[in-house]
Write a protein that binds this ligand. Structure first.
Ligand code: 13P
Length: 232
């Protein structure tokens, strides 16, 4: 089972270090793989029970790409895991599928483990159409090697992210079942996962773990979720 914390634009270098220290005490149950995606400024070679990944990366080793970081900068900290296709990058930062697929290909060539996010908008969800929903998810897999052996897919419906309103177990089960027809990769759910609902989510068939934003920023809550997952 995988539990991953996406810090997004939260935590500093100093607070990430404290977080990682506390996480060591919390420990790593045998059945769980833990991942942390801190902001770029907090990346380092940490001694940690968690694998440290990057939230993004430009598809180049280095070069004239102001404001971006590439493979060379990630290699300095031995980062070998990357999050791509997150809805905030798609919808707030305007990344299109072609660019995301280019990043995917580049980091795949570099041998990275890739956490790849997909998820429908509220409009698509509200349509109630299974066909529309599946076509939307399928379009987000365009140009992506779904057979890549170091791929993890996270289903994160846009409307459930940061809203406190998680998708229902049935919604999640249906989306994961569809994604399972496309890939043998571990499938995660993300979107308002918290200590109160994580057990129910992890028990969904085809759900191999969770990608957690808000509730993971407090290390005590993240530890609590690790403990809950350990008991399942
Ligand atoms: P929240 O847990 O804050 O809804 O965020 C989910 C997410 O976007 C993880 O990548």
């Amino acid at each position: 089972m995988i539990l991953a914390a996406n810090f997004k634009m939260n935590h500093t270098r100093a607070s990430t270090k404290l977080y990682i220290d506390r996480l060591q005490i919390c420990g790593k149950p045998e059945n769980i793989q833990i991942y942390l995606f801190p902001p770029f400024t907090a990346l380092d070679r940490y001694e940690s029970v968690a694998v440290i990944g990057a939230q993004n990366g430009y598809p180049a080793r280095n070069g004239s790409y102001t404001g971006e970081i590439g493979l060379e900068q990630l290699e300095e900290f031995e980062i070998k895991t990357i999050l791509l296709g997150h809805s905030e990058r798609r919808h707030l930062l305007g990344e299109d599928q072609e660019f995301i697929a280019k990043k995917f290909d580049f980091y795949k060539q570099a041998g990275f483990e890739i956490f790849y996010c997909v998820g429908e908008t509220l409009e698509v969800r509200k349509s109630g159409s299974k066909e529309l929903m599946e076509a939307y998810l399928e379009a987000q897999l365009e140009g992506i090697d779904t057979a890549y052996e170091k791929l993890v897919i996270a289903y994160e419906p846009v409307w459930a992210i940061g809203t406190g309103q998680s998708a229902t177990p049935q919604d999640i089960q249906e989306a994961l079942a569809y994604l399972r027809t496309k890939s043998g990769a571990p499938l995660l759910y993300g979107g308002s996962v918290k200590p109160q609902n994580i057990a129910q989510i992890l028990e969904i068939s085809e759900c191999d773990g969770a990608l957690i934003g808000t509730a993971s920023w407090d290390v005590e809550q993240f530890c609590e979720m690790i403990q809950i997952a350990k008991e399942l």
